[in-house]
Design a protein around this ligand. Structure first.
Ligand SMILES: [Zn+2]
Length: 214
């Protein structure tokens, strides 16, 4: 079976995604690129994460042609492929409908630097304009908006995170959901005080040079 260890990670992190409340049902999706094989393992479309097995994970080439697997790949395959094409340094993509990030996305807000952990994305999380799920237009909007950030909010939809590996990528999705929740709560109580731009530059540099921080 091609990409067995990556397929196992898709199964494991799919379960993590549902158990940590980052998504519900079969919502959201995740993929891993193997640079050695030049192939991508992606979660199947419409199967509950608890029921997904390694055989259900679909392997496609970089053009999206199925190479191995019986299932249909995630309906968001298009933006996963577009992200791997646009960002050489990434090998993982996670897409969630996590509640607080999605709340901000439904207001068409970006997520600003309300907490230094925003550095998991950069100095903010940008917003991609709305387009129908699974469409080429959505993929184009994501690429235009994410730039070199590691996360992007999708208007009226959810969140996309990218990373150098699945562990890192999942961390980005989790930490950005935390910051989104903090932002929501601070906005509910008063006017959040943002970390200033100079300080965020420092934090982002520290994240880049020392890896992920606790
Ligand atoms: Zn979605």
């Amino acid at each position: 079976m091609l990409m067995l260890s990556e397929r196992q990670q898709i199964v494991d992190y799919g379960l993590k995604m549902i158990r940590s409340g980052l998504t519900t049902g079969s919502g959201g999706n995740l993929s891993i690129l193997s640079p050695a094989d030049n192939l991508i393992a992606i979660s199947p479309s419409g199967i509950d994460y608890a029921a997904v097995t390694v055989a259900d994970v679909v392997v496609v080439d970089r053009a999206g042609q199925k190479v191995e697997g019986e299932r249909k790949p995630s309906s968001e395959l298009g933006f996963h492929l577009a992200l791997y094409a646009a960002r050489n340094e990434i090998t993982s993509v996670v897409h969630t409908h996590s509640v607080y990030a999605t709340t901000l996305a439904c207001l068409h807000w970006e997520l600003p630097a309300v907490h230094y952990l925003i550095a998991f994305s950069g100095d903010k999380v940008p917003l991609a304009p709305y387009a129908t799920f699974g469409s080429d237009e959505l993929a184009a909007n994501i690429i235009a908006s994410i730039g070199s950030y590691n996360a992007v909010l999708l208007a009226n939809h959810g969140l996309v995170a990218v990373g150098k590996d699945m562990k890192n990528c999942f961390n980005v999705a989790e930490e950005i959901e935390l910051v989104a929740r903090i932002y929501y709560q601070t906005k509910s109580l008063g006017q959040p005080v943002l970390v200033d731009a100079e300080e965020m530059k420092k934090v982002v540099m520290k994240f880049n040079s020392y890896g992920q921080q606790d």
